[in-house]
Design a protein around this ligand. Structure first.
Ligand code: SF4
Ligand code: SF4
Ligand code: F3S
Length: 266
């Protein structure tokens, strides 16, 4: 008997830095390996696949044809729209065309990273390429945003597994799964007790910083940032930005990069 076919996943990188994929490869539970070998069939990914050029594109078209209406499209990176999308071209097609073509047969699209979700660094002022996120272009398919720069690995794999098990999860107004983005960093931060008592570090090396006081006055954006860093953490639970002594810079919010300076109070 042939083993049951695993759900097809097509992963398309556009205007990105590979940081999101780097992050995904660090997922502990489930690991990327277990995901690829046991749960999904990763049928296209520029960076991980052995094929290149025409052979790679043929693999994508073949996966689309065989799994039309059922495959999951993962996108990372923003999509340039100025000059009819000419800032991003692959295989003689603009990223806009490739996204629209591949989205057509997808069951859903998972936009990983703040670039794919909302434009991210590519869309930062003056946004020379007219960069936008997936949901700005694709209106006829479910889009699940998993923002962050990059996103937490387990939030990406968890969202994927959740979609495979139960379909589109409960999303917030910015299309983020509430299971991972339902609370602010500030809601769950272990330094919150210092915030509530008005104890703030005034510089990165003063006594307050050494005592682990709240980083709000050093520009922490935890109060306005929705993400799971304070609970799931990074590197398999080893730590997260605020635990390392730096405030949250709001990397999972729309407008990340332009939304104020990193080191100014919110
Ligand atoms: Fe790179 Fe951040 Fe954009 Fe991901 S979200 S592609 S890590 S700049
Ligand atoms: Fe809130 Fe940031 Fe202070 Fe933590 S360090 S309590 S997230 S302001
Ligand atoms: Fe990003 Fe803030 Fe977490 S900057 S990594 S959402 S602590």
């Amino acid at each position: 008997l042939r083993a049951a076919r695993r759900p097809s996943v097509i992963y398309m990188p556009f205007q990105e830095c590979t940081g999101c994929l780097e992050s995904l490869t660090r997922s502990f539970a489930p690991s990327l390996e277990s995901l690829i070998f046991d749960t999904i069939s990763l049928d296209y990914n520029h960076t991980l696949q052995a094929a290149a050029g025409h052979a790679a594109e043929e693999a994508r078209l073949e996966a689309m044809e065989e799994n039309w209406g059922e495959y999951i499209l993962i996108v990372d990176g923003s999509i340039p729209t100025k000059l009819n999308g000419m800032y991003g071209v692959s295989e003689s097609h603009t990223f806009m065309e490739q996204l629209e073509q591949t989205a057509e047969g997808a069951a859903a699209i998972v936009a990983v990273g703040v670039c794919a979700a909302y434009g991210g660094v590519g869309a930062a002022y003056p946004n020379p390429t007219g960069a936008v996120g997936v949901a700005d272009l694709i209106k006829n398919k479910p889009v699940i945003n998993v923002p962050g720069c990059p996103p937490i690995p387990e939030v990406m794999t968890g969202t994927l597994v959740s979609f495979l098990a139960n379909g589109v999860p409960d999303l917030d107004a910015h299309l983020r799964p509430r299971a991972f983005f339902g609370n602010t960093i500030h809601d769950r931060c272990y330094r919150r007790r210092f915030y509530d008592r008005g104890l703030f570090a005034k510089s990165f090396d003063d006594e307050g910083a050494r005592n682990g006081w709240c980083l709000y006055e050093l520009g922490c954006r935890g109060p306005t940032t929705y993400n799971a860093c304070a609970t799931i953490k990074w590197n398999g639970g080893a730590g997260w930005p605020v635990e390392s002594g730096h405030g949250c810079i709001g990397c999972s919010e729309p407008g990340f990069w332009d939304q104020g300076g990193f080191y100014e109070p919110v």
